[in-house]
Design a binder for this molecule. Structure first.
Ligand SMILES: CCCCCCCCCCCCCCCCCCCCCCC/C=C/C(=O)SCCNC(=O)CCNC(=O)[C@H](O)C(C)(C)COP(=O)(O)OP(=O)(O)OC[C@H]1O[C@@H](n2cnc3c(N)ncnc32)[C@H](O)[C@@H]1OP(=O)(O)O
Ligand SMILES: Cc1cc2nc3c(=O)[nH]c(=O)nc-3n(C[C@H](O)[C@H](O)[C@H](O)COP(=O)(O)OP(=O)(O)OC[C@H]3O[C@@H](n4cnc5c(N)ncnc54)[C@H](O)[C@@H]3O)c2cc1C
Length: 655
């Protein structure tokens, strides 16, 4: 079937090459090209297709389908991608397995990275190759039923037995059961387990241990281990998140990951070079999240924008033909600022991934000085990006009207998986408060006359902007954001300090200032996102692409400033706010002809999108009917439930 002419026209009105834009989105022409090649190669392998739509499958079927594809994938892995390239591997996973999770998701995202960051050279020699060849499947078991956020209160113990030189693992209470780790329930046979290290009755706090959970031949749990699946979740049901308990389970001393902290055979403890070095796997995932969430948001927008260009409803001036709903200003206001955010998140994602890779090298060379900065940055970024991604996806769903609510749109599934990110890798409020600690410390440095020692990301806190040029360009908007973030950070810090000085304990003062502190963290992070977007656009060479991205940036800066209006009342007059509002409406109109091309440029395949509404060819209605007919409920005209219950009920009512 040929392409829907409404989409053909949209594509013809685009002012730039989508391949050139993809090269900007994905960091290089080479990688953008590799993505297309991988997608093309996969489309020719029939075993990679879903055996039937995932949304009609039970959990067992989804997990089995994922495992089937992983097995097929293992035959093609080396021929499809450069296996040393994490981005290529991730693209392959996204294409083939989609976003509902699978039994290797944690193996790749946390188990292997933990071995790389935390295992000594000898330990890597022993386990890393096996993990990379997938001879073993691993997961990351940290969270317990009773504690996820407060790692210091974890209850699982690893007690060193000097006589045998082993650690004895125990789960002393119900609440100490590991709870949530992905792939733990049924798939993994090994795990990195975070447990309190106890030597001679002294508790050294949480440390990582390499623990075999299941027999490598029979896959049966080993004696001393209780393990299983925690049941269905809001989404992510292709993954078997699990529970795990230990009863006097012994592992050799050599199974504590010892790149940084060590326990010698006589039971001596050697401290790591930085107290939080064991948290690096979390920082690794957080540093990926802006990218991954940006792609979730992008997926929902591809669906909503394409559908809005083929969906006709109501009239504007021309009463002879209904308009595309994408022509309504409200629809544009709903969708275009999110397109800008998706671009901005992906640009930030590349930046934080690069920073993590650099930090890993630095730490391996004994330099831990960058840890606090990256922890603060990624804590704030994961919180803001996951929240705004959730908001954007939900708006995209509503922008698709009734069909958006159908699983045929697939947007609810994207939403369910994406908003999990508000919780995993540190609950958002908690992580905003981690960033707030860093911001408060920065203010205290300024108060103590040490402004010059501030890092580049917080130097603006020491500046003093009180007027803004009316002729607003992106850099002036940045100044507006700096003003808002600076003001809020000072106000929140002063509130905290005042409470503390009034005699309140540090903790209580912090708690009573915490809403204001989280607001400061959000503004600081949104400033970082905007500044990264501006810098990125500034570096683009292709003038057509750059032109469109400047238009998109204008949507971004005007929308974001309007969104924080309450924080800039002292800086901007109501006339200036009106001016910005009008600039936003003009920017929406300017970007309109490029809307479809901007989402096409994400180059997310139909196979990955799994959306009837978001099909690249725009042939929505005939496929929606086909999709509905494939519902298992339509296999028969008369359901057994009708025969068994409704018919007798109706018959009885007739009497
Ligand atoms: C061949 C190549 C293959 C590779 C390819 C890869 C393929 C991948 C395939 C995947 C497919 C992708 C498809 C996508 C589809 C699916 C997407 C979904 C994926 C789902 C995965 C979910 C995984 C989830 C995992 C988890 O959730 S794991 C558990 C996470 N848990 C947490 O995050 C807990 C949060 N809590 C904490 O981090 C801490 O407790 C705390 C930081 C809140 C507090 O810690 P603590 O009490 O110890 O400290 P204090 O608050 O007192 O602070 C003291 C000071 O320490 C500083 N600090 C804290 N942390 C750090 C740190 N990390 N670094 C540096 N400094 C740190 C504080 O700042 C304090 O400093 P100060 O005293 O100066 O103020
Ligand atoms: C899809 C998914 C996958 C996951 N995968 C894994 C995995 O592979 N491995 C693993 O180990 N874990 C995993 N987890 C667990 C996850 O990391 C934790 O659920 C998460 O860190 C939040 O911790 P919690 O559940 O203890 O929340 P809680 O801390 O109980 O949060 C409840 C509420 O308390 C608030 N709160 C808590 N502490 C504070 C504080 N100090 N100040 C202010 N407010 C506070 C929070 O903001 C929140 O509103 C996963 C979770 C999900 C949803």
């Amino acid at each position: 079937m040929s392409e829907n002419p409404d989409l053909t026209n949209e594509r013809a009105s685009g002012t730039f090459e989508t391949n050139a834009m993809a090269a900007v989105i994905y960091g290089s022409e080479k990688f953008a090209q590799r993505r297309r090649e991988i997608t093309e190669a996969i489309s020719k392998i029939p075993e990679f297709q879903d055996s039937h739509p995932l949304v009609f499958m039970s959990r067992e079927e989804k997990i089995s389908e994922a495992c089937r594809k992983l097995a097929v994938l293992s035959n093609y892995w080396n021929s499809l991608i450069d296996t040393s390239d994490e981005e290529e591997a991730l693209h392959l996973y996204r294409e083939v397995l989609g976003l509902e999770g699978h039994p290797l998701a944690l193996h790749e995202t946390m188990f292997i990275p933990s071995l790389i960051a935390q295992a000594s050279d000898e330990q890597q020699e022993k386990w890393l190759g096996r993990a990379q060849r997938r001879e073993i499947i691993g997961c990351y078991a940290q969270t317990e039923m009773g504690h996820g956020t407060n790692l210091r209160a974890l209850e699982t113990t690893a007690t060193f037995d000097i006589s045998t030189r082993e650690f004895i693992l125990n789960s002393p209470t119900i609440t100490s059961l590991k709870w949530w780790p992905g792939a733990l329930g049924k798939s993994a046979n090994w795990s990195i387990v975070i447990a309190n290290l106890i030597i001679k009755e002294h508790n050294y706090g949480p440390h990582p241990f390499m623990v075999q959970l299941r027999d490598e031949k029979s896959h049966e749990p080993l004696p001393g281990i209780t393990v299983g699946d925690i049941g269905p979740k809001m989404a992510f049901n292709g993954a078997d998140n699990g529970f795990l308990g230990f009863k006097n389970y012994r592992i050799p001393r050599e199974n504590m990951l010892m790149r940084h902290s060590k326990v010698t055979s006589d039971g001596s403890y050697i401290k790591p070079p930085h107290a939080k070095i064991g948290y690096s796997s979390m920082v690794k995932v957080r540093s990926r999240m802006a990218m991954d969430q940006g792609l979730f948001l992008a997926s929902a927008l591809v669906i909503a924008v394409r559908y809005s260009a083929v969906r006709r409803q109501g009239y504007l001036e021309d009463k002879s033909r209904e308009v595309k709903v994408l022509d309504y200003q409200t629809q544009q206001h709903r969708l275009f600022p999110s397109i800008a955010r998706a671009y901005a998140f992906i640009f930030c994602g590349f930046e934080t991934i690069r920073l993590y890779d650099q930090l890993l090298i630095d730490v391996q060379n004994g330099n831990t000085s960058g840890m606090a900065d990256l922890h603060a940055l990624t804590s704030g970024l994961k919180s803001v990006v996951t929240y705004q991604t959730g908001e954007g996806i939900e708006q995209a769903r509503m922008a698709c009207g009734g069909h958006g609510y159908s699983m045929a749109s697939y947007i609810s599934e994207i939403y369910g998986v994406a908003i999990g990110g508000c919780t995993y890798e540190g609950e958002n409020m908690v992580m905003l408060l981690q960033l707030a600690r860093y911001l408060v410390k920065s203010i205290e440095m300024i108060q103590n006359g040490k402004s010059r020692e501030l890092g580049p990301m917080v130097a603006y806190l020491a500046e003093n902007e009180s007027e803004i040029d009316l002729n607003l360009g992106p850099n002036e908007y940045l100044k507006v954001f700096e003003y808002a973030a600076r003001n809020q950070t000072w106000r929140a810090t002063e509130k905290f300090q005042k409470l503390r000085n009034s005699g309140m304990s540090n903790e209580e003062a912090w708690n009573q200032a915490s809403v204001e502190l989280t607001r400061a963290s959000r503004l600081h992070t949104r400033l970082y996102i905007m500044s990264t977007f501006i810098n990125h656009v500034g570096s683009i060479v292709d003038q057509k692409v750059k032109g469109v991205l400047i238009d998109l940036l204008n949507v971004h800066v005007t929308y974001e400033v309007m969104d924080i209006g309450i924080y800039v009342q002292g800086l901007l007059s109501s006339n200036q706010m009106d001016l910005i509002r009008n600039q936003l409406y003009v920017s929406l109109e300017t970007i309109r002809p490029n809307a479809v091309s901007l989402v096409d440029s994400f180059q997310i395949s139909d196979m990955q999108l799994r959306s009837v509404l978001g099909r690249r060819d725009g042939n929505v209605y005939e496929n929606l009917f086909k999709w509905a007919k494939s519902s298992p409920l339509n296999k028969t005209d008369v359901l057994p439930s009708v025969t068994q219950y409704l018919k007798p009920m109706m018959e009885k009512s007739k009497l």
